[in-house]
Design a protein around this ligand. Structure first.
Ligand code: PYC
Length: 323
């Protein structure tokens, strides 16, 4: 494949948000070298997908990326209220919003001195979100207002299990299920992954989609917390087939929307959500006029400052592809 648009070198900062990896492209000239036209971040992202999808696979796919990695590409925001514009890529495609990568982005920009502690508005393909860098590795984001389109939906899976769940969004689509019958713990990750795929296939087979036919491509399996003082635990299967090492930022945001609607979470109370690996996000809901705004707070750590090389004679300069 041609390396059109792919520079010979690209500087990135890798971080992880309680285990879930993010790679932010930090070369100021990178976006300028791509012909993404003008318009919103969503429009520029769509042009990137049409013209430079191989740059995505070069950036986060094998052999340079990591399983579960989400890449962040900075572009000028169209909304004058926004300080930063960004879209999100993974090994198989594009995410309209990504909570853990937004936390990783804030911590990365802070570590570079490009932002000061405080809040800024970020334009994403899913819309404008508020982000706060609290200093160090601590950051939070205000998610897209959550919306549930199915509650307690009965699902018969092709592995013989019958489960029930909600379908909700907060920038990404989630099937959220409690009665999946598995322990949410590391030893059960292969079984949780298989069950989550089975739920995803069952939803697809029944034609259950999000707005405009969008695939329900994230599955969240809930369980009780392992630690006293925490409220819940989640395993989340992502579209690339990897499980989220964090509790999933947008998933937690969609979940607190459902909990709030069900009267299980009051305005302003903190919900502490564990990942299947034990890392914790703190989430809450607040009203703003007629809107309900979720906030998710977590920690990220810088893992590497790297220059990626894409030699012209490297047969895998645009990645190995999906297999
Ligand atoms: O944190 O929103 C998130 C996320 C989505 C996919 C991986 N992480």
């Amino acid at each position: 494949m041609s390396g059109h648009g792919l520079p010979s070198q690209l500087r990135v900062i890798d971080s992880h948000t309680i285990g879930e990896p993010t790679r932010v492209v930090i070369d100021e000239s990178f976006g300028a070298g791509l012909d993404l036209g003008t318009g919103t971040v969503r429009e520029r992202r769509d042009r990137f997908r049409e013209r430079y999808d191989h740059v995505r696979s070069a950036l986060v796919g094998d052999p340079r990326g990591a399983v579960a990695m989400v890449g962040v590409i900075l572009v000028p925001p169209a909304d004058p209220m926004c300080r930063v514009g960004a879209f999100y890529v993974n090994r198989v495609g594009y995410l309209d919003m990504c909570g853990h990568a937004t936390i990783g982005l804030a911590v990365t920009l802070g570590s570079l001195g490009r932002i000061e502690p405080g809040s800024f508005r970020l334009e994403t393909p899913a819309g404008v979100v508020g982000v706060t860098w609290h200093g160090g590795g601590d950051a939070s984001f205000e998610g897209v207002p959550p919306r549930r389109i199915h509650r307690g939906l009965r699902i018969s899976c092709d592995d013989g299990s019958d489960v029930s769940g909600d379908v909700a969004t907060s920038g990404l689509w989630f099937s959220i299920c409690r009665d999946h019958g598995l322990p949410v713990e590391p030893a059960a990750i292969p079984a949780l992954t298989a069950r989550a795929w089975s739920i995803r296939r069952a939803l697809e087979a029944r034609g259950i989609t999000g707005d405009g036919g969008e695939t329900i491509d994230h599955v969240m399996l809930l369980g009780p917390p392992a630690e006293a003082g925490h409220d819940g635990r989640a395993f989340v299967l992502c579209p690339d087939g990897a499980f989220d090492r964090s509790p999933c930022g947008t998933g937690t945001s969609a979940l607190v929307g459902c909990l709030f609607e069900d009267g299980m979470l009051e305005e302003g109370r903190t919900w502490r959500q564990e990942s299947v690996l034990g890392g914790v996000y703190e989430a809450s809901m607040r009203r703003e006029g007629s809107m309900l705004i979720p906030t998710v707070r977590g920690r990220a750590w810088i893992a590497a400052e790297t220059t990626l090389h894409f030699a012209a004679d490297d047969p895998y300069r645009t990645g190995l592809g999906n297999f």
